[in-house]
Design a protein. Sequence first.
Lengths: 95, 476, 498
Amino acid sequence: MTIDKELVNYVAHLARIELNPQELEKLSNQLRVILDFINKLNTAKIEDIPTTSYVLDLSNVTRPDIPKVSLSAQEALDNTKFKEGNFFIVPKIIE
Amino acid sequence: MDYEIVIGLEVHIQLSTRTKVFCGCSTDFGKEPNTQVCPVCLGLPGVLPVLNQTALDYSIIVGLALNCTISEFSRFDRKHYYYPDLPKNYQISQYEYPLCQNGFLDININDQPKRIRIRRVHLEEDAGKLLHQESISLIDYNRTGMPLLEIVTEPDISSPDEAYEYLLLLKSIIKYLGVSDCDMEKGSLRCDANISVRRFGEKELGTKTELKNMNSFKAVKDALSYEANRQIDLLRQGLSVVQETRLWNPEQEITVAMRSKEEAKDYRYFPEPDLPPLYFKQEYIQKLKNRIPELPDKKYRRFLTEYNLRPMDAQVLVAERDDAEYAEQCLQRFKGKDRRIVINWLIGPLSSEANERKLRICQLNVSVEGFLNLLELIEQGRLSQLAAKQVLKEMINTGKGAQEIIKSRDLEQISDTTYLESVVAEVVASNPKTCQDYQQGKENALMFLVGQVMKKTKGKANPQLVQELLRNKLTN
Amino acid sequence: MIEPCTLTAHELMRRLINKELSFAELLTSLKNRIRLFDNKINAYVRKNDVCSAASAAEISPSGLSIPVSLKDNICTKGNNTECCSKILAGFKPPYDATVVAKLKAHGLPIFEYKLNMDEFAFGSSTENSCFGPTRNPWDLERVAGGSSGGAAAAVASGEAIWALGSDTGGSIRQPASFCGVVGLKPTYGRVSRYGLIAFASSLDQIGPITKDVRDCAFLLKLISGYDPLDSTTKDIPVPDYTQSLDPWVKDIKIGIPKEYFVKGLDPEVKDIVEEAIEFLKKLGAKVKEVSLPHTEYAVAVYYIIATAEASSNLARFDGVQYGLRSLPKEGHSHEPRTVAMYKKTRGDGFGEEAKRRILLGTFALSHGYYDAYYLRALKVRTLIKKDFDRVFEEFDCIVTPTSPTVAFYIGERAQDPLSMYLSDVYTISANLAGIPAISLPCGFTKKGLPVGLQIISRPFNEELLLRVAFSYEDNTPWHTMQPYLKPPQEDFLGELRG
């Protein structure tokens, strides 16, 4: 399987990253090389091998249903200038 | 009809835990925007989720009540999509290993039971709320992170009516469990539908459309009706149904395709690394099973046989769990002659008072004893039905008992025959013409005379008794 | 005259308690050091940004008050934490990371400037920072390593007493080895990740970067422990790691993995590490060759899993609530305005390496490729972990070089991402298996560049790591050596301790 610009463009869209033509060219080439290297995983023998999604033997970790203090709206909105009253704002979303 | 309808429903219910599913923010409704948020539900850099034990308990309780198998192993997955109401641009949900699977609900349709299979029940976090203005959209994250339970049926539903019945039953079960208030207006119950049609006998499913924006059970029924007809019309004309998402427009009562062209969504699910997996032991499941009360359909069938109720009455009494328990207490502890008075008064005056005040019966501040006491007075003839209704109102408003109210308002009905005979005699003597009219066949004349007796006794005479005494006197 | 800022934390504690030194003097020493040398080294970022600095009033002078410097991905309440990325410019977290809260609870002041790093910890050289690279104090033309390059360089040059970095594939250990200091990656689940801006959730750990093993043990003890805010921390007691400093390795069984001593390992590094291993033998350890047969797959597995998790963790950077927001011009694109805003913000805000990793990770998780890449990598991860489990049944620890080379020149590998990735080959496996590992200096090449020795052990066995490391360190001079830093002409401070 090869990485071509069309695929990279599609993946960039999935990841919501805008690439200019030079970036697209450069990244396509680099990703091709990297993926070629990664394809060596195909030689590993993985029949009947389970996945490791969790490296610790933890399970059933929960917390009690007890309320904690929340942030104030001011604290929540402090990191942006794009706000109106107690709301965050973005350009209008058309459904 | 040469076509049949195939419907699957996806219901989201917001669990009534005290805190959100992955953080300790309160779940109170209706607060100022962005005041019920914390770094975790805002998805700020560096934060981590921690699962709410009660949300987990509630989810499994629902699964058990819906006859599901509780998976031995379960875990959360990340579901990726970009939208401003989703702070992390992924939702913590469940994909491959949901909490509960393969359950069912038996609905009653046309007096026949029908099984609707439940494919899965899983737990996930809610997104925020968007408010659209002319050139901007406003975001309120209070709702982000609220615990949502998603309940998905198999496409076993065959008509809009069945869908409606399914929703009613599902809601009553969940309310019985006390894990959600299932209020579509408040948004704690949401429903999306998938619908397709096919010729009778065809095995393959037709192309389905997804319906959204139905804000009441009736809207679900209407939207499904409209859409079924729309699809059938298309097929009859030799056209095909487009697989798309359509929104219900309640003003025009039509479904409309969503404006934005939808691309096939790639959610890039993978196991949520920040939350260790879940393994369920039998003891834990059993403990939760023991917390499940008698569910509405079972209680309904029991009320029919045990208290000899009419189906209509049983349905009303069973509708709300705490009211059903109140009603049952009344039925069991009533020491009078005929239980019908209990049923009539529960369904009649008591329910009206409750509805008027937008409360449930058990919230009216009338104890079971107090209510039964009132009914006894009516049975004994010491209180007329009309007066009793007044007394009931006052019992609710003041919290006082029936006896006390009767005394202070002098409402006790007069059923003393001797006394009433004397009043009757007085009225007969003062109205010779009317008596003659009655004796000559004018029935209505009697009513006038009854009225006169009521007036003389300030409305306290037992009207049935007065009628009886008058008839006796005048037919002799 | 010894500059206080070049002393170890434990020595400074002694002097502070004995009133041989005041806290103000210590702080002045640090600040002077930075003023003199950081223009060249560039270990700290945003030094001129007044609002980004912690207020001095927070510092409470007590015997324990040795300021800790933090990597720019550890959240401090009210102070800029930006992962050295344009997309997080100006971000002030409204909360402290758990490790920060723990330090504060013990009275340790948090140093006001943050340490340079590869953007979002993506890198092995700190060349991917939006604030420019950190230079190696031992040779300013070379990299300090990455992604905790700022931390390692600061500790090596006396610009920091001690520091906290983060390690996902070697980001504490490799820069520690390049800069001749000590760096430890704890067992996954030993230290809370709450407040660490995530790179790869199943691999990240915060850990100490220090001048010697004793300081490392002390700092590790302070930051370790179960955290109710992090579901992936293990609820087991934290030993007093300072009690592990027992220079006794007799009969400790050390395995030397043959797969780590193959082509690609610099011959000078190989010799120096083998000498160190011989030294451990002389001290009484039992050394034997072992095999970790799936080592050849480690880098590939890492670059699937880590980038997949990173692509997910970085999805939240979209300009909506904080950081950079780029608005496209009207008519710039046919897409909905919020989509265009996301794309432009992320296009403008992420550096090249970040884009590379996000794209790779997104690809590995996407429909049609998930099974062949992500799922497969998770299975090979099991094989790698099992390799270690097997060795640790018989051996107490494994010793390897930390890195195949010493610090390379700035710019040397920047154009070849794959060669950069391959430099992580010795450190990556410990993250994949979730096991603890330490790097400490074990010698210098002819060009005067530090070489790092790595010790790896089974989960929650940091005590053994510290003991073996301390035994080695206590009998060798490497940890006492400091780089010569040429003062700027106009302000000659005098000799530095040699």
